[in-house]
Design a protein around this ligand. Structure first.
Ligand SMILES: NC(=O)c1ccc[n+]([C@@H]2O[C@H](COP(=O)([O-])OP(=O)(O)OC[C@H]3O[C@@H](n4cnc5c(N)ncnc54)[C@H](OP(=O)(O)O)[C@@H]3O)[C@@H](O)[C@H]2O)c1
Length: 351
């Protein structure tokens, strides 16, 4: 840190599940930082954290916190982004926002660097980081879309509890211990903290992530469907999602069914394509029981793909299994990767 030619970077939501990963990722990437501001709510203000041996005091996020900031990485919830991201932009910062606040705003690019990096050039101060489940799916689908065309996508997710924040992971751990010890347990957070009912997540599967919409889909499912179309510049692509929460701490898994335009494509063709694609690790060797699993992807930046097979009835239909660390490629790494690309493309200047 403290690189003279670096940038003043602010992390908003620095004490959260994603925020902590962002700080770690900035350090791991040796991102050029001349000053790091760590911001949270008043609850955590004053706490001290050690970042690469340097003690930094967490401050309450306020409009004036962004004076002099070049790059602000937001992950403190949609309402905080709506209020403070424009304040950061007003003061000359470029915002990379992890919440859903601006994702579908037509003037805000929604970016996964492996897929639509060129959209960064169209930014108006804010760049949105897509939903975690969307990111890992489009990284796997984009090489296929480019080479063979894409006609349809149907995805079922198996999502980790950390996607609902640090408190949800604590609840999973407490419930698991209580149930094993045959003690009473509480359910206060999942499926959605602000919804009417709460269910146990330990030893369970909950087919609700975020709130239900009038059309019967949850908002998480709607996010996956709309964001995929926007990122891939395919507004007409049929996409359907079912999102399920599992008692896994970190790492989202997805069963993705897709149909392509091209004929006479084999599963081996798709495997060879994904083996050479950016940001992807192919783990596909059924004979030796090699396939991606969340426990193996924790702490890794890549998207892991396996179980690629051709549908037995639909000639242009395929299935694949896609796994990634939801806190890294799904959030912190994609945000830092966007910031790195902004620097490399000369789209951000140090004040
Ligand atoms: N978890 C994921 O996989 C994931 C992936 C992509 C996007 N996201 C999005 O990222 C955001 C944060 O998620 P998370 O999982 O990190 O949540 P989290 O663990 O609950 O952390 C929330 C963070 O926001 C801060 N915060 C809350 N209210 C604030 C306020 N009024 N002003 C400033 N800071 C405030 C908290 O600070 P205090 O310590 O002061 O409470 C904490 O640092 C959410 O919008 C979520 O949808 C999460």
């Amino acid at each position: 840190m403290s690189q003279q030619n670096g940038f003043h970077v602010a992390v908003v939501g620095a004490t959260g599940a994603v925020g902590q990963q962002m700080i770690q990722t900035l350090m791991n990437e040796n991102f050029p930082i001349k000053k790091l501001s760590l911001l949270s709510s008043a609850r955590s203000a004053g706490k001290k954290v050690d970042v690469n041996g340097q003690e930094i005091t967490i401050q309450e996020a306020k409009p004036e916190s962004f004076e002099g900031v070049d790059i602000a990485l937001f992950s403190a919830g949609g309402s905080v982004s709506k209020e403070l991201a424009p304040e950061a932009v007003k003061r000359g910062a470029i915002v990379v926002d992890n919440t859903s606040a601006f994702r579908m705003d037509e003037n805000t690019p929604l970016v996964v660097p492996e897929v639509n990096e060129a959209d960064l050039y169209k930014h108006n101060g804010i760049i949105a980081n897509p939903n975690c489940s969307t990111i890992q799916m489009v990284v796997a689908l984009e090489p296929i879309r480019r080479k063979y065309g894409l006609k349809k996508v149907i995805v079922s997710t198996y999502q980790a509890v950390s996607g609902a924040g640090a408190a949800a992971v604590e609840e999973l751990k407490k419930q698991t211990k209580s149930i094993i010890n045959e003690e009473k347990y509480e359910a206060n957070i999942l499926p959605v903290k602000s919804d009417k009912k709460h269910y146990q997540i330990a030893f369970n599967a909950i087919p609700q992530i975020d709130r239900f919409q009038d059309n019967g889909f949850t908002f998480e499912e709607i996010k996956m469907m709309n964001e995929t179309k926007k990122i891939m510049h395919m507004p007409e692509l049929p996409v359907a999602a079912t999102c399920v929460r599992l008692p896994v701490a970190v790492g989202h898994s997805e069963s993705v069914y897709f149909e392509i335009e091209a004929q006479d494509v084999s599963a081996s063709n798709i495997k060879a394509l994904l083996n050479d694609a950016p940001g992807i690790v192919l783990q596909d060797d059924p004979e030796n029981q090699i396939y991606p699993m969340p426990a193996d992807c924790v702490g890794k930046k890549e998207v892991f793909v396996g179980r690629i097979r051709k549908d037995l009835d639909v000639t242009r239909g395929f299935h694949m299994w896609v796994v990634s660390d939801n806190l890294l490629k799904g959030a912190a790494w994609n945000s830092v990767q966007i910031a790195e690309r902004l620097v490399e493309l000369g789209l951000v200047k140090s004040k």
